[in-house]
Design a binder for this molecule. Structure first.
Ligand code: BEZ
Ligand code: FE
Length: 308
């Protein structure tokens, strides 16, 4: 006898759509993917039902997402920039790195990490081509959360030039300008030379700029230096050390600034024999990083190269 297969009823009203999509995903093998996609579809449909977009608004939204891809290439990542400007990256960061074990607070990676920066000797200067701005002497120690020094820690450092551009955005800067990797000595100490960072606007020539202008949001990031601090046996720390006014820190367009990672940048107007190469004014900043035991990982660089 022929068995009649019972087919689900076809969609005829708004309330039919979410259960139909959830049922269609019912064979997913991975429990985590099931959890994520069930929540994503449920919230997405709820958002649509709540805001009831017109077809023109829907087309505009899809085009905005397509533009994220079109503005992403080897020297720029608009997708990461969008996630950052929407606060998603900082939320993910806080979920995964809450600093509760005494480790240094983290901050988002951002779209400008290239990886593969040159290995440097302690004390080297990462300004590889003529770079404006006063010199910055950055130093400190890396310890575990009990204060024991950690030797052999890699500090991967990068920052924008005071003209407001990372070298990958600026044909006028040498390859890997203001990027370098340093290794701590037997006391966990590190030191390097750079230029004092300045605040800068994030790129606004893509869809993120369209959104920021529509929301009348300033595109500024407060001045900062990026660090990835990593060593075998320790959880990798991705962070930024900030140097700016309270107003600029609070107005960070990507919500990255946190009190615990504001550095003490000291303006020095007198010659100092400890800094024989420095012409005044110059700046010093000492910052000690604390790592918690864990698995050492490396983030995937959002970009790989430099503008041609
Ligand atoms: C940055 O750290 O440089 C950055 C982070 C997020 C968006 C744009 C820039
Ligand atoms: Fe940055």
């Amino acid at each position: 006898m022929n068995q009649m297969k019972i087919l689900p009823k076809l969609i005829s009203r708004e309330s039919d759509v979410t259960p139909a999509v959830l049922a269609a995903m019912g064979n997913t093998a991975s429990p985590r993917l099931t959890q994520m996609m069930t929540s994503l579809v449920t919230h997405l449909h709820q958002f649509i039902l709540e805001t009831r977009p017109t077809e023109e608004e829907y087309e505009f939204g899809l085009q905005w997402i397509a533009e994220l891809g079109k503005h992403t290439n080897e020297s720029h990542n608009e997708v990461v920039l969008a996630a950052d400007a929407l606060g998603a990256s900082t939320l993910i960061d806080l979920i995964n790195n809450n600093g509760m074990q005494g480790e240094t607070m983290s901050a988002l990676l951002g779209p400008f990490y290239r990886g593969q920066a040159p290995h440097c000797q302690l004390g080297d200067c990462i300004a590889r081509s003529a770079t404006p701005g006063p010199k910055l002497f950055f130093s400190g120690r890396v310890t575990d959360v009990e204060g024991n020094p950690i030797q052999g820690v890699t500090l991967d450092v990068w920052q924008a030039s005071p003209v407001g551009l990372y070298e990958n955005q600026d044909a006028g800067q040498d390859d890997f300008n203001l990027r370098g990797r340093f290794t701590t000595d037997e006391d966990g100490r590190y030191h390097f030379v750079s230029v004092k960072p300045a605040g800068y606007p994030v790129p606004t020539n893509g869809p993120v700029g369209v959104l920021l202008r529509a929301q009348e949001r300033a595109p500024m990031r407060p001045a900062h230096v990026h660090f990835i601090v990593s060593a075998p046996g320790y959880k990798t720390l991705v962070t930024q050390i900030f140097s700016d006014s309270p107003e600029a820190l609070a107005a960070d367009v990507v919500f990255g600034a946190k009190t615990q990672i504001v550095g003490h940048f000291v303006e020095r107007n007198e010659p100092d024999p400890d800094y024989p190469d420095a012409t005044t004014p110059f700046y010093t900043c000492e910052y000690d990083f604390k790592l918690v035991a864990g698995i050492s990982t490396q983030p995937v660089p959002p970009i790989s190269g430099k503008v041609a």
